[in-house]
Structures are given as C-alpha cells and as structure tokens.
Design a protein around this ligand. Structure first.
Ligand code: C5P
Length: 222
C-alpha cells in the first residue's frame, strides 16, 4: 500500500510547522520540517564562515553534514552533527539569511533527496515551500497555507517575545515580505501554490480551527 503524504506549503510565518506537527500527531504520521533543514545548513555555513553564495563550498559542507530530528513538545528537536540547534536555527540572523542558501540548486538537490528518503519510510506530513510542487508531487493531500502579512508578523512577534527576541513589529513585517519575495522569485522550485493544492487562509482562524479544517480535507482524500 502506498504511503499517505500530506504536503503543507506557504509563505513565511503562516503557521505551517505548528499546524503540520499537530496534524501529524493526530494521524500518527511522521512530521518533517524542511525549513529546519535549510536553516541548519545556513547555521553551519555561517558558523564555518563560508560565503553564503559559495555554492561549491556549501554543497561540499552539506554532504558531510548530518541533520537529524527527534520528537519533542511543543517543538521537535533539531541536531546538526549530533549537536542540538533547535533554538539557534530560529535566531533572526539565520531567518534573514536562509533564503540566500535555499536558492542554491545544489543545496536544494541534496536536501530534497534527503526529504524523499524520510518520506519513503511511512506516512508523512511535510511542510515547506516546494513540497507539493517538487518534493512530493504525488502527495494525496496538498495544502497551501496563507495569512495576511500583518497577521503573520503579529504571530511571529508573539513567538519571538516568548523566546526573548525583541524585533519591532514593523521590522518583522518587512523581513517577512523580503523573505517571501526571495523565496517566490528564485530560479529553482520557487514558493508557489501547486495547481492541485487547497488554499487555506488562516488569517482569522485559530490553530485548532486550522487543524480541524486540514483534518477534514485529509479524511476526504484517504
Ligand atoms: O519554514 P521556514 O520559515 O523555517 O523556512 C526557512 C526558509 O527555508 C524559507 O524562507 C526558505 O528560504 C527555505 N525553505 C525552502 N524550501 C522548503 C522549506 C524552506 O526553500 N521546502
């Protein structure tokens, strides 16, 4: 029997990982946060002081890099070469540099291969930017999660405050817009809604409502 694949894509801070994780838990599927993989590569490259546009060097580094996840509540734990980086990869320096690394074709090629290997193991909920369009084009369920920029900036602001990060709301809004622009205009698998994806606008929805809506969509399709 074919594994069930749920692809959740959308712009920055639309709540993808929060919702994807809850949906995965509800159905007993594996959850894969692909953004955390791009963030991990960015973190290690910056740590090793590699120029973030140097594709050859970054790809060579990535080939020697282990990226692993372990379950956790409320967020899963992320490890790079067995060192925990769960909080480090969410720092503003990483968030604002990750799109530069994510546009490198060689990086995408390597990470997409790893993502498909993870999906080969069983039923999965995977979130990112290109899951429905490139990583898992045959996914039975494709969701495109959106929300207004103000709403997304406010959510990110609250999340940041709880982590002791104090970026002003207006600046967050600008950063989100810049990141979406970069992710949507890159050459290799840019952020775009798959033609067979169902768009869910979460602007005025609670997390529970979004989970409920996606649950219904999955149940209709499996
Ligand atoms: O989802 P998250 O905001 O953590 O993703 C961080 C960045 O990683 C995105 O802004 C994008 O540049 C990149 N990304 C990507 N493709 C994915 C997931 C994330 O290019 N599938």
């Amino acid at each position: 029997k074919q594994h069930i694949q749920v692809a959740i894509d959308g712009p920055a801070s639309a709540g993808k990982s929060t919702v994807a994780k809850l949906v995965a838990k509800k159905f007993g599927y594996v959850y894969c946060d692909t953004g955390a993989m791009y963030r991990s590569v960015t973190l290690k490259a910056m740590h090793e002081k590699i120029d973030l546009t140097d594709e050859t060097k970054i790809v060579a580094m990535l080939k020697q890099t282990k990226i692993a996840f372990t379950p956790g509540d409320p967020v899963q734990h992320v490890f790079v070469d067995d060192i925990e980086v769960t909080d480090d990869i969410r720092q503003p320096e990483i968030t604002n540099s990750v799109s530069t690394v994510a546009k490198l074709a060689g990086v995408r090629h390597e990470l997409v291969n790893r993502q498909r290997e993870i999906a080969d193991v069983g039923n999965i909920v995977m979130d990112g930017r290109d899951i429905g369009t490139a990583v898992l084009p045959n996914a039975q369920v494709k969701i495109y999660l959106i929300a207004s920029v103000s709403e997304r900036a406010e959510r990110r602001y609250k999340e940041n405050i709880s982590k002791g990060i104090n970026t002003p709301l207006e600046q967050l809004k600008k950063e989100i817009e810049i990141r979406d622009q970069k992710d949507s205009t890159r050459k290799v698998s840019p952020l775009t809604k798959a033609q067979d994806a169902i768009e869910v606008d979460t602007t005025s929805m609670s997390i529970d409502q979004v989970v409920e809506k996606i649950t219904k969509i999955i149940n209709e399709r499996i």
